[in-house]
Design a protein around this ligand. Structure first.
Ligand code: PLP
Length: 419
């Protein structure tokens, strides 16, 4: 307690706005303690804990308007969920036989598409899939940071002309840098026309469908072939709780199910209840992530979670307005959801803002993170924690101004002190 607690990352604190991190809840903590006591291995077998995970799958199906054929799986996070999407789409494109023969024959042929603003885990997923990151085309974005679907169409056409095989398009529902939402309906139309697997990376934004005022912006998500989302971000479930949802569970089985004598299934006894989660993803031994998610959804209710999500977007708008009204600060990107990128105006802006972020973090007042947009270093605040209120935004901006002024006038200040 004395050695670890004071030195953790601090993402439960209302002033924590770095990267994209949820704040957790006491009920989530209680559930985590209970599941540690139960010590369930969620790879399979006929046991009640699996029904809890299946229940979440049914709720996710309903929430995202997926059909009865859909199936889902808890994973560590959306990096893994996005990786599963690439693997499932790859198996769909190459056929189940490619699981044995490998991807060498298709190497250099299959191509995937994601906006230039997509999370780096999509690139990593392409690398880990054996298809290579060179097979991932970066589609340009418009001024709002959303995928340019006309450019996507031209890129697909050019690749087909070159004899390549477009197979996957990844749209992002809430980009990591600025929270932009790719035009999901248009991407869905194009994917249907071109027979591409349509995956949505909803790590950051998908759960915003819980908020009635935000849900319309996500229209088209229900048409995805697969979806990645994180309960540990806006869902406030303690780490880790990522989720992969596939439109047709048969695709998941075709990609991952691997029979083995020691995992044989029966109609009765502990080995009943097939298919098991180990048939739907890479893991055999798995923890009980579903329990803390169930506790969070049931104890807090989807309405309250949606209200907290909506509130963090309202706080982002409040922050945007304060920045726009402060001449020393500059808003650096549109604010679509809960992410605000800004900087302190100065001559040496990149160096000053980089240092400013470190000073803010070290001060303990607030913890944004640094990122860059078009070569400009920005201070990035992702308002995810349900505990964050307007006073935390005020504290971040006041501290930005105080540290920023100190950084740009060290000599003047020093001279004054000396004089
Ligand atoms: C849009 C997006 N995709 C994927 C990820 C990766 O998710 P995870 O950290 O759960 O692996 C993130 C993380 O912030 C994200 O914002």
């Amino acid at each position: 307690m004395t050695q670890v607690l004071p030195y953790s990352g601090g993402n439960s604190h209302p002033g924590f706005m770095g990267w994209v991190q949820g704040g957790g809840t006491p009920v989530g903590m209680l559930a985590e303690m209970l599941s540690a006591g139960l010590n369930a291995n969620m790879g399979g077998r006929d046991q009640m804990p699996l029904e809890v995970e299946r229940q979440i799958g049914l709720w996710m199906r309903e929430l995202f308007g997926f059909p009865d054929t859909s199936s889902g799986l808890f994973v560590t996070g959306s990096s893994t969920a996005n990786f599963l999407a690439v693997l499932v789409a790859r198996t769909r494109a190459l056929g189940a036989a490619s699981r044995a023969s490998g991807v060498t024959a298709a190497s250099g042929k299959l191509v995937a598409y994601a906006a230039s603003s997509a999370h780096s885990c999509i690139t990593k997923a392409m690398e880990m899939s054996g298809l290579g990151s060179q097979a991932l085309r970066q589609v340009p974005v418009n001024v709002q940071g959303e995928m340019d679907v006309c450019a996507l169409a031209s890129m697909v056409a050019a690749d087909r002309l070159a004899g390549l095989q477009p197979f996957l398009v990844v749209a992002t529902a809430g980009t990591v840098n600025i929270g932009a939402i790719d035009p999901l309906e248009q991407v869905a139309d194009l994917a249907a026309r071109e027979q591409l697997w349509f995956h949505v990376d909803g790590a950051l934004g998908a759960l915003a469908v819980l908020s009635p005022d935000l849900a319309p912006q996500f229209k088209g998500i229900e048409r995805a072939d697969s979806l990645a989302l994180d309960f540990h971000k806006w869902g406030q479930v303690p780490y880790d709780a990522g989720y992969f949802l596939a439109r047709d569970g048969a695709d998941q089985l075709e990609t991952f199910a691997t029979p083995a004598a020691y995992l044989a299934r029966h109609t009765r006894g502990l080995a009943a209840g097939s298919p098991w989660p180990c048939d739907l993803g890479p893991d055999l031994s798995r923890g009980f992530r579903a329990l803390k998610t169930w506790f969070t959804l049931v104890c807090h209710g989807t309405e309250n979670l949606g209200a907290a999500i909506s509130n963090s977007c309202a706080l982002a708008q409040y922050m945007k307005q304060r920045i726009e009204a402060t001449p020393e600060l500059e808003l650096m990107a549109p604010v679509a959801l809960n992410i605000v990128c800004y900087r302190f105006r100065s001559d040496n802006t990149n160096a000053v803002n980089d240092e400013l972020v470190v000073l803010l973090q070290e001060s303990g007042i607030a913890a944004p993170s640094a990122s860059s947009l078009d070569g400009h270093v920005v201070i990035r605040a992702a308002i995810v924690n349900h505990r964050t209120v307007a006073a935390d935004i005020d504290a971040l901006l006041e501290a930005t101004l105080a540290f920023g002024r100190q950084l740009v006038q060290p000599i003047t200040l020093k001279n004054k002190e000396e004089g």
